[in-house]
Design a protein around this ligand. Structure first.
Ligand code: HPA
Length: 269
């Protein structure tokens, strides 16, 4: 694994991906943040050695290096999900490569279904903890040079970054919640009974991504900040017919707020 990581990292450095300050994984409908980046180099996942290729509409499949708020960042426009059929090794490589390129923090965003009855469609939830019901991406051989066999998950989401985000949201008048994100494999959305169950076991929002990337980042001691956009509601009496298209459309409506929040977060590093 480490050999592949090094090969990919060397390739990206040769293309100018030098010393990025932060990495960001852009979830459904949030690709617009890259429009704010300057002096960009874009590479299709297809041309990057060992990179999987994303198969989902709304997830383009590009790695973009550039500047945002005077910081150098690498953005993954398009992520990899277990429901696409990737195994732990394919899921692991991109996040590990970002770390080996030198990022100091990993920023993540996703679209999710709101379970907390106080949430509205279009709200932003800062993730403070998670319940991972996806396969763990660390299953299999552990390379101790990358991280410990049994990583601690007591503080998976960086408290300092969460507090900073709350201040930035307040400054811009952006409504945000804090909450617990639960990941399922998908690709089905939940039945009403499943939404209810996930609420009962403690989740505020449910989605099909993010926790693998958080686990991989924490395995390497990389600080993480993650946000969910609430694109539909899994609350009794408020459940509506959900499609990938409706999720993309609702996520797109929060793009300006999300971009403001993420840009200020990265600028303040
Ligand atoms: N469930 C799971 N994943 C999702 C949802 C949802 O309701 N909305 C967006 N992604």
């Amino acid at each position: 694994m480490l050999e592949k990581i090094n090969e990919t990292t060397d390739f990206l450095r040769s293309k100018g991906f030098i010393d990025p300050d932060a990495g960001i994984v852009l979830g459904t409908g949030l690709g617009g943040l890259t429009a704010k980046m300057e002096n960009c180099t874009e590479l299709d996942y297809r041309v990057i050695p060992h990179f999987p290729v994303s198969t989902v509409e709304g997830h383009e499949g590009k790695l973009i290096y550039g500047e945002l708020g005077k910081k150098k960042i690498v953005a993954m426009k398009g992520r990899f999900h277990f429901y696409e059929g990737y195994g732990p090794e394919q899921m692991s490589l991109p996040v590990r490569v970002l770390k080996y390129l030198g990022i100091k923090c990993l920023f993540l965003s996703n679209a999710s279904g709101g379970l907390n009855p106080d949430f509205r469609i279009g709200d932003i939830m800062i993730i403070t903890d998670h319940i991972n019901l996806l396969p763990n991406p660390l299953i299999g051989h552990n390379d101790d040079r990358i991280g410990a066999r049994f990583p601690d998950m007591g503080e998976a989401y960086d408290k300092y970054l969460i507090n900073k985000a709350l201040l930035i949201a307040d400054k811009h008048g952006i409504r945000v919640h804090k909450g617990i994100y639960l990941s399922t494999s998908g690709p089905t959305f939940e039945t009403p009974a499943e939404y209810k169950y996930f609420r009962i076991i403690g989740a505020d929002a449910v989605g099909m991504s993010t926790t693998p990337e958080v686990i991989l980042a924490r395995h390497m001691n990389l600080p993480v900040f993650a946000v969910s956009i609430i694109t539909d509601l899994g609350v009794e009496g408020k459940i509506e017919y959900t499609t990938h298209q409706s999720v993309i459309e609702e996520a797109a409506k929060t793009e300006d707020r999300m971009t403001t929040l993420m840009t200020d977060m990265i600028a303040s590093l």
